[in-house]
Design a protein around this ligand. Sequence first.
Ligand code: ADP
Length: 682
Amino acid sequence: MQKGNIGVTTENIFPVIKKFLYSDHEIFLRELVSNAVDATQKLKTLASIGEYNGELGDLTIHVSLGKDTITVSDRGLGLTAEEIDKYINQIAFSGANDFLEKYKNDANAIIGHFGLGFYSAFMVAKKVEIITKSYKEGAQAVKWTCDGSPEFSIEDTDKADRGTDIVLYIDDDCKEFLEEPRISALLKKYCSFLPIPIAFGKKKEWKDGKQVETSEDNIINDVAPIWTLKPSELKDEDYKKFYRELYPMSDEPLFWIHLNVDYPFHLTGILYFPKIKNNIELTKNKIQLYCNQVYVTDSVEGIVPDFLTLLHGVLDSPDIPLNVSRSYLQSDANVKKISTYITKKVSDRLQSIFKNDRKQFEEKWDDLKIFIHYGMLTQEDFYDRAKDFALFTDADGKHYTFDEYKTLIKDNQTDKDGNLIYLYANNKEEQYSYIDVAKNKGYNVLLMDGQLDIAVVSMLEQKFEKSRFVRVDADVIDNLIVKEDKKAETLEAGQQEALTSIFKSQLPQMDKTEFSIVSQSLGESATPVMITQSEYMRRMKEMANIQAGMSFYGEMPDMYNLVLNSDHVLIKGILADENKECAAEVGTVQGEMDNLNKQRDELKKKQEGKKADEIPTAEKDEMEALDGKLENLKKQKEQIYGDYASKNKVVHQLIDLALLQNGMLKGEALSNFVKRSIELIK
Ligand code: ADP
């Protein structure tokens, strides 16, 4: 028996390994099983080139649990004593040391990353044995033992078969790894697609109401997952089946892309466009990353463009550096190339479906648009490709490309300044009447009800020249698309004031909601009253909801306009009636006001050019008194209009109808409306 010291400088690196990688202890199994796979594949390669002429036999790798041990056995190359010395004593352990030196300040770089190798066994074991016999003719089997100190021993042993058994004596604080379900789960996670069969225990079957072991090995992996096969050998059903295996709870995918490149980097994989159920949180990181069929991680951020992290599937590449930090990853030349390649593949695929099967593309557009929008918003190069196949949907459910849509509305929806106005709604039901008004004008209205449409609208306004997007309820239609200079207002100041006071006095008080009353001449056949909300304010509020740092807008009340159509017979009627009822009373108040205003003007004139401290106190007081009186009279006038309005059922009815149309009439107000309506019909 030979003893020796492992060539490391740190007194005892294993406690460090343990502590450092606390959260990731489980990867030891991946490391050991993939070493076994490597050793087996190397032997197969040697056999295929005639350097090994013995029987290969059954190459299954066995993972087995003892009372306090885990053993990983392979029938691969095996090791000679010299090789153990070279690859384990010198290389593996010095590698461990270098690794820790390099990353001791960057735990993140270590966690979850590959390349820990054999020594990761010491994360869970207090003692490790390697019992191995080389494939080389006449090789002597050897047993290497190390208890976690830098000391090891190596001795000759008996081993019938070629290959390596790695035996881990599990540490007391890692007993969880001796439980079958835990190992089973780990094998499933890390080893499901390794290229050599891996057996864990025996297959079980139901017999007489309980599960019993059969004599057949329980193989836990699929040695040839479909991403390693040629696309030409695969049918749609194969892709769907694989998807179901990966994501048993998901709906059938919309499309998939089989990636297969050899140059300038190696990459295989299958990306699926999942069907996203409405209103369900988007889940990122469903893509699994493999390195030669060994599972590495499901966090692919930094490797694929952000918007593609919404896709599902697998990527397999030995060219992605895995033992580096994420920030480094993004600057890696290979990773950049891979990312660009994937983006291009995805857009090519979408483009080809769009071209060859537009009907299918349109049918799936609702599910697809979230990816496409996200991609266009976050990746300039994707926008440039997607702008040719991204679709608009109008309120009737018809789809158009950006170019088609522009052609459709160009003649009719260009305003007097040459701006192309895109009208949109984000809720077909709630904005029905506005959509209807626009349609009656011969305009087209887009439906923008997707999760990202607010942002898409802003982006397109930047991209499209001389174009604006306005929601149909942002103003009366003729103000949305202004074709000619405004008609002069038909009402005189007094009438405007009367209308405003009348309607304002009867508007219900609503939490965080404010109304401005405007009267406009909209034509006799247009609706008498409607509610609009300024595009600008609404967008600011919408942005505030999705963006931090804009809470100022978020806290502002919703501001609406109540637009009165001064051409409508009902509004004219109210004015005429109001005039009859209130003219005398208002006239008296107005007379007084005119009088006071005259005095005020004179006073103002006297003070012209004087600084505040040059005006005598008496004058200031007088001015204050005048203002107070005027304020009172103004209130009196409003009171007269208010009293009148409170008895006018038409006013109430019009306000309620406008609110009703916008889903703003609720509770008691709604109930009052119903009662009043019945009264009116009787
Ligand atoms: P890596 O696998 O990255 O080279 P490891 O620390 O995992 O690093 O392993 C060190 C070396 O030990 C391997 O390169 C290989 O030569 C040898 N080795 C490890 N496990 C086995 C095994 N099961 N069979 C044969 N050789 C092995």
